[in-house]
Design a protein around this ligand. Structure first.
Ligand SMILES: CC(C)(COP(=O)(O)OP(=O)(O)OC[C@H]1O[C@@H](n2cnc3c(N)ncnc32)[C@H](O)[C@@H]1OP(=O)(O)O)[C@@H](O)C(=O)NCCC(=O)NCCS
Length: 443
């Protein structure tokens, strides 16, 4: 389909607005058609009144900002008379660097373009508008999770953390090679949802590099009250962990049991832990559930300690691995000075950014684990050796490195980052996170 009109604004009207609800709690006149358009974009069914009201209330609670792109001259009778042909939203979402350090990100979600209007620049227009607003609002970086792996690099996003869907076969898993500790107790879901579970997540978030704050709409799903489609869930159960000799809850797990391909499977819905002992014990509990063949966990981190803990490490299968959170640096000094560093040192980075937000050459100096950043030039100073530049990279690759899950040595090997071997190793040592990054937030 060739563009009918080369000029975006002749054909489309881009509007920014705040979602809202009417007097009955239903999505208001702008919010409802926006939600219908998103539902179509992600191939979702029509929402019940109750689900739509709940979702709209969550958008309001999370302080979202919506973008809608509207056709100026829709065909009569088409949904385009009321629905936007492009949708986009952002909200403030904290990213943890681990051990209490954090930064706010402009978290982008709800990105869809109607098939009849795709490839006319709607996504590019929405992204440019949103990131420009993000800079105005003082965000140091933007974040998103992607439905496809090839869309967002062109906008400066790099894949910063990956995740694995894994299956652990019960018959070869136990006993663990090291003893577990503490106790696991099955609890009513309503009790877990009443403050206990969120308290555990807060502590997980605080200590875990790569963790992100969750949307309001996530909680009823992970606590087993609702399905992902907003309907009543009936098949979820939950348990908590307490450390030896204390009454304090330091982990919880929710799960459902299902039949898949003739096998019974325990599918983990949410697994949240404030220390390694709780994580290990809850896995042991899941693997102890009788009348079951396999435990499936779709949010496993790379370098999962369970592999080492299992009686037979071959009980653990990686079913799938893919990108999880993508990061886009908007302000290099603010981003790099928000995270802690494993070792002291200095490194000069020349950052290219096709959208211009982060372009420049910067020196990062780390003293006692804290970074300060000096902007040496608003240009990308050229060669890695010539002008004293240690590392030259695209802003997308800077985003990929930030959490410490992706190594500069690996990106250099991939031909994406230019640095001497020594400089790549130095930067890798500085960025080393306090423990394996783990993201269990979807948005
Ligand atoms: C992905 C999607 C939002 C793209 O919207 P669009 O308006 O057609 O994109 P644009 O016309 O603005 O294209 C912008 C750029 O992205 C590229 N692009 C767009 N969609 C792409 C895709 N699926 N894969 C790879 N590249 C893509 C275009 O080629 C263009 O590149 P260029 O600017 O370098 O020339 C749209 O196809 C869509 O709604 N898909 C279904 C829902 C979805 O996947 N949403 C993403 C959720 S994370």
């Amino acid at each position: 389909m060739a563009p009918i009109n080369d000029d975006f604004s002749d054909r489309f009207d881009l509007r920014e607005f705040t979602p809202g609800t009417d007097a009955d709690g239903a999505p208001d006149a702008r919010t409802a058609p926006w939600m219908d358009a998103v539902g179509m974009g992600f191939h979702e069914g029509t929402l019940s009144h109750e689900s739509a009201a709940r979702m709209a209330a969550d958008f309001v609670e999370d302080g979202e900002t919506f973008l809608g792109v509207y056709l100026r001259e829709p065909f009569p009778g088409s949904v385009d008379e009321t629905w936007p042909v492009g949708t986009f939203t952002w909200l403030r979402k904290g990213l943890s660097w681990g051990d209490g350090a954090r930064v706010d990100t402009q978290a982008i979600t709800g990105v869809t373009v109607r098939p009849t209007e795709r490839r006319r620049g709607i996504l590019r227009a929405m992204m440019t508008h949103a990131l420009t607003r993000g800079v105005e609002q003082g965000y140091a970086l933007a974040s998103l999770t992607a439905s496809e792996g090839t869309i967002y690099r062109r906008f400066g996003f790099g894949s910063a953390i990956r995740e694995r869907a894994v299956s652990v076969r019960r018959n070869r898993a136990l006993p663990f090679l090291a003893p577990t500790s503490g106790t696991v107790t099955v609890v009513p879901l309503a009790w877990l949802a009443d403050g206990v579970g969120r308290g555990v997540f807060d502590r997980f978030h605080e200590r875990t590099p790569g963790s992100m704050v969750r949307n309001s709409g996530t909680w009823p799903v992970v606590f087993g009250a609702l399905t992902g489609d907003g309907e009543k869930a009936k098949d979820v159960r939950g348990a908590v962990h307490r450390a030896e000799g204390t009454d304090e809850i330091d982990g919880y797990v929710t799960w459902r049991v299902k039949d898949s391909g003739g096998e019974t499977t325990v599918e983990v819905v949410d697994l949240v832990y404030t220390d390694d002992a709780a994580y290990l014990s809850m896995w042991e509990f899941l693997l102890s559930i009788d009348l079951n063949d396999v435990v499936q966990y779709k949010r496993s981190r790379l370098d999962d300690p369970i592999v080492a803990a299992l009686a037979d490490n071959r009980a653990y299968d990686v079913d799938h691995e893919e990108d999880h959170v993508w990061l886009r640096v908007l302000d290099v000094p603010a981003t790099l000075s928000s995270r802690p560093y494993a070792v002291d040192g200095s490194v000069t980075l020349a950052v290219s950014d096709a959208m211009g937000f982060a372009t420049g050459t910067y020196r990062l100096d780390v003293v006692s684990g804290a970074g300060t950043v000096t902007r040496l030039s608003s240009d990308v100073l050229s060669e890695v050796d010539g002008a004293g530049v240690d590392v030259a990279l695209d802003v997308a690759d800077l985003g990929a490195l930030l959490i410490g899950s992706v190594s500069p040595v690996t990106l250099a090997a991939a031909g994406l980052l230019r640095a001497s071997d020594e400089a790549a190793l130095r930067l890798r040592a500085m960025l080393l996170p306090p423990r394996t990054p783990h993201g269990i937030t979807y948005f």
